[in-house]
Design a binder for this molecule. Structure first.
Ligand code: GLU
Length: 311
């Protein structure tokens, strides 16, 4: 099932419960939803709850009630990533059994002098040939063969993982499965055919494709949409103090999301009911309008007229 070719479109939205949805996450949810709906496909909802130290109590409930209020309709049951722990462990074990992954006892301090690149510390391979530390992370071996993919909006992307990231962590020292491994396993078991998400995750994609290759999974298509930024250029996020999306005015907030997604909704849609906004959006969805665009500021001219009071 994992590798079967299927014509049916399966997309997903996969928020981490680190806080309530903000405008940037609404935009990502809308983009993945429209991409699935416009193709008469399935849209799955997966709560990525495998990193308790980063989670905020009540965030899952807040995310779910916001998605309901905004009229999103997901296919089947809500998926909780924490429930696929056994499958994550099995994937990890298969990498270890084939010596594609290995224990690493390096602490942050041990790596303080390691080179850094845009992806963070470039692991110098210290534990590649063995390590006798009691507490270890597990790292995946990388190679110097470039990993390339054709992003649906951002064009051809390529990374030499060995040079740009080095062997990366698939199970953390604290025993938690790392994001890259969990997301790849879950996308595979759910049969996701296309991943639509923010461009801030685009530089993770080659590491995820490497994992898909090693685990024998089908590689989904990828579309990375522009990130929504504060006027100073910082990405909207919990860390940068982005406000939650409004509980009222949902139709107008959806229109704002469509504007951010370069869909140019007609002026009178600003006064329409939520269901009419969705109908227009699905019928007129043109992701190609975002071709090559990497960021949209909440202060942009297009959003200026509608955003007041929305976030
Ligand atoms: N859970 C991740 C986040 O909330 C998104 C993962 C993904 O879309 O691949 O940032």
């Amino acid at each position: 099932m994992l590798t079967s070719e299927s014509a049916a479109y399966v997309g997903r939205f996969a928020p981490s419960p680190t806080g309530p949805l903000h405008f940037g996450s609404l935009v990502a949810a809308v983009a993945s939803y429209l991409q699935a709906k416009a193709r008469a496909g399935q849209w799955l909802l997966r709560i990525e709850d495998i990193d308790p130290p980063r989670e905020q109590s009540g965030a899952t409930e807040a995310i779910l009630s916001a998605l309901e209020r905004y009229g999103f309709e997901w296919h089947g049951d809500i998926i909780y990533q924490s429930c696929s722990r056994k499958t994550h462990e099995a994937a990890l074990q298969s990498l270890l059994d084939r010596s594609l992954a290995y224990p690493c006892g390096c602490s942050r301090r041990d790596l303080a002098d390691a080179p850094r690149g845009p992806l963070g510390t470039i692991y110098p391979g210290t534990c590649r040939d063995g390590c006798d530390a009691a507490e270890t992370a597990i790292r995946l071996r990388t190679s110097d063969t470039p990993i390339s993919f054709l992003d649906g909006l951002q064009g051809l992307q390529s990374q030499d993982l060995e040079r740009e990231s080095g062997d990366f962590v698939v199970r953390r020292r604290d025993g938690l499965i790392a994001y890259h491994l969990a997301v790849v396993v879950d996308d595979a078991i759910e049969g996701i055919t296309e991943v639509v998400r923010g461009i801030d995750l685009m530089d993770s994609t080659p590491r995820q494709i490497w994992l898909q290759q090693l685990l024998g999974y089908r590689i989904p298509d990828y579309i990375h949409i522009p990130v929504i930024t504060h006027p100073n250029g910082d990405k909207l996020s919990k860390l940068t103090g982005a406000a939650g999306i409004p509980a009222n005015n949902t139709a107008r907030a959806l229109v704002a999301a469509l504007i951010a997604l370069q869909q140019e909704p007609p002026e009178d849609l600003r006064r329409a009911e939520q269901s009419e906004v969705w109908q227009w959006a699905i019928e007129n969805w043109r992701p190609e309008a975002m071709q090559g665009q990497t960021a949209v500021s909440t202060d942009s001219e297009a959003l200026a007229g509608i955003k007041n009071g929305l976030w």
